[in-house]
Design a protein around this ligand. Structure first.
Ligand code: A3P
Length: 293
């Protein structure tokens, strides 16, 4: 590990509250690692919980999911990147991380196992709107995410920020990569057990039937909703027992539906989102994501 603070190569991006290029440049991926990579609001936390439960064979004793499945690139208040990497070294094997990085900025492709979860951009956009509104004022300030004045303003901000597009576009070339498993939120909703089996077979982790039943219970929407406090710290001081809630109580695990965007989104807003997807993504990717309506 480099212990100096020499600026990392530009490929790792610029420092921001949610993005520490020093961590990315100096992270040493292991063969047994699993990286969950998603655009924001595509079911990241759900996948963190699924993988943590699979690895432990079922454990409801953890305090905060970000403590046991850390967010790779986020900065932590009061901790240097060197301290964060040392903390990562002490995690139990196989280590599991979440990241919202594009493929270009993700360390360890070809070494680590990568599990990708994608979700309809319209649902991600609506989910992100509630995400912002349900954050505490302190967390919004720390993460530099201002509250939009209206849903329409939010859609325009979301389109301009374009994280969903950047993320999906960058990962599409890896769809058939042997160390990458690409799952879709809609499939996890309709056939959870089938997708769990795919994950188990991809990772080759030993999970018996009774453990699988526990994993299914603890990863269900109802269980996660009932234990919202375990999922709502999300990074102000992520990774420590002192993590403060980023969300108002009971507000992180929200609806968990496919097509929830219909409650809020106008046809015009929907068109803007889909048009941008069609401009930026390969037709095959659009079909795979079921956006060719
Ligand atoms: P909604 O806001 O549409 O309800 P992320 O973790 O990437 O931020 O994604 C959050 C979204 O995943 C939220 O969507 C949340 O409700 C949903 N989610 C969390 N746990 C879930 C579960 N067990 N099953 C289905 N959806 C879940």
């Amino acid at each position: 590990m480099n212990s100096d603070n020499l600026k990392p190569d530009a490929r790792w991006g610029e420092p921001a509250p949610l993005h520490d290029p020093y961590i990315l440049a100096n992270f040493k991926a292991r063969n047994s690692d699993v990286l969950i990579t998603t655009p924001p609001k595509a079911g990241t936390t759900w996948m963190q919980q699924i993988l943590y439960q699979l690895r432990t064979g079922g454990d409801d004793g953890f305090m905060a999911i970000d403590e046991v499945v850390p967010w790779l690139e986020i900065t932590r208040q009061g901790k240097s990147w060197q301290q964060i990497l040392l903390q990562f070294e002490k995690l139990p094997t196989p280590r599991i991380f979440k990241t919202h990085c594009t493929a270009e900025q993700t360390p360890g492709i070809g070494t680590a196992n990568i599990i990708l979860s994608s979700r309809d951009p319209r649902d991600c956009c609506v989910s992100f709107y509630h995400h912002i509104l349900n954050m505490t004022d302190e967390a919004r300030q720390h993460k530099e995410i201002p509250a939009p004045a209206s849903f329409d303003e939010h859609v325009d901000n979301w389109l301009e920020f374009a994280a969903w597009y950047r993320n999906v576009k960058s990962w599409w070339p890896y769809i058939d990569h042997p160390r990458v498993l690409w799952l879709r939120y809609q499939d996890l909703k309709t056939d959870f057990e089938g997708n769990l089996d795919k994950i188990i077979s991809f990772l080759q982790w030993p999970v018996n039937d009774s453990q699988k039943q526990t994993v299914m219970e603890f990863s269900s929407f109802d269980w996660m909703k009932a234990h919202d406090e375990k999922f709502s710290s999300q990074g102000v001081s992520a990774g420590g027992h002192n993590s403060k809630p980023v969300f108002k109580p009971g507000k992180f695990v929200r609806q968990g539906k496919v097509g929830d965007y219909r409650e809020l989104m106008t046809v015009e807003q929907e068109h803007k989102i889909l048009l941008k997807a069609k401009k930026l993504l390969e037709p095959e990717c659009i079909r795979f994501l079921e956006l060719d309506l």
